[in-house]
Design a protein around this ligand. Structure first.
Ligand SMILES: [Fe+2]
Ligand SMILES: [Fe+2]
Length: 282
């Protein structure tokens, strides 16, 4: 029941040039090759995608319950069903590829499977602006992955992923197109300023999220580098000091075990003997 990429979802006319999916850049292809390099990693990433699709589905269904426009209700509801189907398809593909990896969804990705109540938070125009930008990103991403897994060098077990990403990418293209045309309609009805403001706000929030996430990752790396440098610097200094002290006094190592008083030594020996006796009773 899904209308795919070649026609306008609201009017049935052919898609404009701007609606066609651009080819991924060289850097993007390289990043894909690193991130999707093994069956285990692919299964884990597919489970992350499944979580995101599930969260989108819940938000779309919620939006269909909240909107007062019958046409939007129908579009949102159908969109929600598409996303639920995508979640299931990604989960199934992960299990086929590596059942162990498919059992593992990374903790930060589990949060994506939750409803965010975006329709409530952003309002009708803001919500559609969010959907348009998120779906544009998804279709670019999936087009890149479809072409990556269609390479002749793809291992046989992974070859089905090209078709999976291509099929899901067509749905994302439809979601992107209908939301884009809704925004165009609102512009034509005199809401140009609200649409521009909503797109700016969603873009700014996405940029802030990206910056915050990358900042956290950079911070992690910096702390590890600093601790490693500290360790590499401090340990040789202590070793050198110990050697110098030994050479200066010639009395053996700098640190000695404190002498144990004779009576405490005797008491410890007695305690150890008692403990051995107690253990032997079990
Ligand atoms: Fe999707
Ligand atoms: Fe989508």
């Amino acid at each position: 029941m899904t209308t795919h990429a070649t026609e306008h979802p609201l009017t049935g006319s052919a898609l404009a040039r701007k609606d066609r999916v651009p080819q991924p850049a060289l850097l993007g292809r390289l990043a894909t090759r690193i991130a999707w390099r093994s069956d285990r990693r692919i299964a884990t990433k597919l489970m992350g995608f499944a979580a995101t699709e599930l969260g989108s589905s819940l938000d779309m269904i919620r939006a269909s319950e909240r909107t007062t426009d019958a046409r939007l209700r129908r579009l949102y509801y159908r969109h929600g069903l598409d996303e639920a189907r995508h979640a299931q398809a990604f989960r199934d593909a992960a299990k086929r590829l590596d059942p162990t990896g498919a059992e593992h969804t990374r903790s930060h990705e589990k949060l994506h499977a939750l409803r965010q109540d975006l329709h409530e938070k952003l309002g009708e125009i803001g919500f559609v602006a969010f959907v348009y930008l998120a779906e544009s990103k998804a279709r670019r991403h999936f087009a890149g992955l479809a072409s990556y897994f269609a390479r002749p060098a793809t291992p046989p077990a992974q070859r089905g992923l090209a078709e999976l990403f291509d099929t899901i990418g067509k749905d994302e293209n439809y979601h992107c197109t209908y939301s884009g045309h809704l925004l165009d309609e609102w512009r034509a009805l005199g809401h140009r300023t609200e649409v521009s403001r909503a797109l700016r706000k969603v873009r700014a929030q996405a940029a802030w999220r990206t910056w915050r996430n990358s900042g956290r990752r950079i911070g992690d790396v910096m702390v590890r580098v600093m601790l490693a440098s500290l360790f590499i610097t401090i340990v040789p200094i202590f070793a050198l000091l110990q050697r110098l002290a030994r050479r200066g006094t010639n009395t053996g190592p700098m640190w000695h075990a404190a002498p144990v008083p004779r009576d405490r030594l005797a008491r410890n020996t007695t305690n150890a003997t008692n403990l051995d006796r107690l253990r032997s009773q079990f």
